[in-house]
Design a protein around this ligand. Structure first.
Ligand SMILES: [Zn+2]
Length: 394
């Protein structure tokens, strides 16, 4: 049993406790949370005291572990269509180097205080690392093809990959890549897979204006890119509405859906979408948005529309590190109005809820196994996060 104390404890689902004591069992299970003068408080000699704040392990709601070998390969700030082009042409590398990069990325996340990950996969490349990891993973097996005649074949391959995860005791769902890369027939097939692989869905949403342009008018940079890849757009008819207005109806409504990026989503769209589907989570990946499109998501606006906001790192192809806390720092740097408590909540319990892991992760509650992370020297709720670093304690 360990007794951990710090200037502040963030239980997350209740108010921060100054000088509280966290009682942690052998496997990292939360046994109790005590106030400073609690009658059950142990002798001070038994207490490990830290300078800063203790919070539960972070939840990375959006990652692509299998792209870890692409760190530093793609030039920054060239826009999404150019980024996709680079990924497609450079994703196949030496298998051994790929595996090693995946293993190192997993360790990096652990050291950065990340406890669980919603991880996008197109292959089973990450299976071995996930089986040996201290992190908990949910694998989003991503499928894409805008050519409706390929829907069945693409789905069959997605099901095969998803099975390799579930047959090894990991959770997985079959998910659409993005509205611009999935035909309506493929969306139908994805919804039907909920019967076999139930759980949270994820989709990239409105990361670039050319995505909206495609659905409004049937033209633009993305359409041109996919024509270059040989996709047949001759039967595609513009929907005369935004990308989100189009694809929201294609998602299953009975399970959580994580919409990732949302940098081009307008306020009315947040409001309407939350009204139409009460299981939406909105995932911010600010470092990746800066890397690819030189843009920052307007998180305060998302919150004003009562949206549930979680945080993701995206992959090392579009980020210099995999750290949820670094994402929170960047959000605060651009949006000073957001408080520490609000930010930490986005990085913990909101992500856990999005991934359906809230009974185990994301907050200090008796019986949970959320991990314990020290935010070094964070001793007040108005602290500037840029000066704070993370250390894993449990
Ligand atoms: Zn992504």
């Amino acid at each position: 049993m360990r007794f951990l104390s710090a200037d502040l404890i963030f239980p997350i689902e209740t108010q921060p406790i100054p000088n509280g004591i966290l009682v942690v069992g052998p496997q990292g299970k939360i046994i109790d949370i005590l106030t400073e003068n609690d009658e059950n408080a142990p002798d001070s000699g038994k207490v490990e005291t830290f300078k800063g704040a203790l919070c539960p392990g972070f939840i990375n709601a959006h990652c692509h572990l299998e792209l870890s070998h692409m760190k530093g390969l793609v030039p920054e700030r060239t826009g999404l269509p150019s980024f996709i082009m680079q990924i497609v042409s450079r994703r196949h590398e030496n298998a051994e180097q790929k595996m090693e990069a995946i293993r190192l990325a997993d360790e990096e996340m652990w050291a950065n205080g990340i406890e669980a990950v919603g991880d996008i996969c197109n292959t089973a490349d990450t299976l071995e690392s996930k089986l040996n990891s201290r992190l908990r993973y949910h694998s989003f097996v991503e499928v894409f093809s805008f050519d409706s005649s390929k829907a069945q074949a693409v789905l069959t391959e997605g099901i095969r990959v998803a099975k390799t995860y579930t047959e090894n005791g990991l959770t997985a769902t079959v998910v659409p890549h993005a509205p611009y890369s999935v035909s309506e027939e493929l969306f139908d097939g994805i919804r039907q897979q909920q019967a076999k692989f139930p759980g949270t869905i994820s989709i990239h949403n409105q990361e670039t204006e050319s995505e909206n342009e495609m659905f409004r008018s049937g033209s633009g940079e993305l359409v041109e890119l996919f024509k270059k890849f040989g996709e047949d757009f001759s039967s595609f008819e513009p929907k005369f509405k935004s990308s989100l207005n189009y694809h929201l109806n294609q998602l299953p409504k009975q399970v959580n859906s994580i919409l990732v990026h949302n940098t081009m989503t307008r306020r009315e769209e947040f409001e309407e979408a939350n009204e139409q589907n009460e299981n939406l989570f909105w995932c911010a990946c600010p470092n990746a948005n800066m890397y690819i499109e030189n843009r920052i998501p307007n998180v305060p606006m998302w919150l004003e529309t009562q949206s549930r906001v979680c945080v993701g790192t995206d992959s090392l192809a579009s980020n210099h590190q995999l750290s949820v806390f670094d994402e929170l720092k960047l959000i605060q740097e651009h949006h000073q109005s957001l408080g520490v408590q609000q930010l930490v909540k986005m990085g913990t319990i909101n992500g856990a809820k999005a991934l359906g892991m809230e009974n185990e992760k994301g907050s200090f509650r008796k019986g949970k196994l959320p991990g314990v992370v020290l935010l070094k020297n964070l001793d007040s709720l108005s602290t500037d996060l840029s000066q704070i670093s993370v250390q894993r304690i449990v």
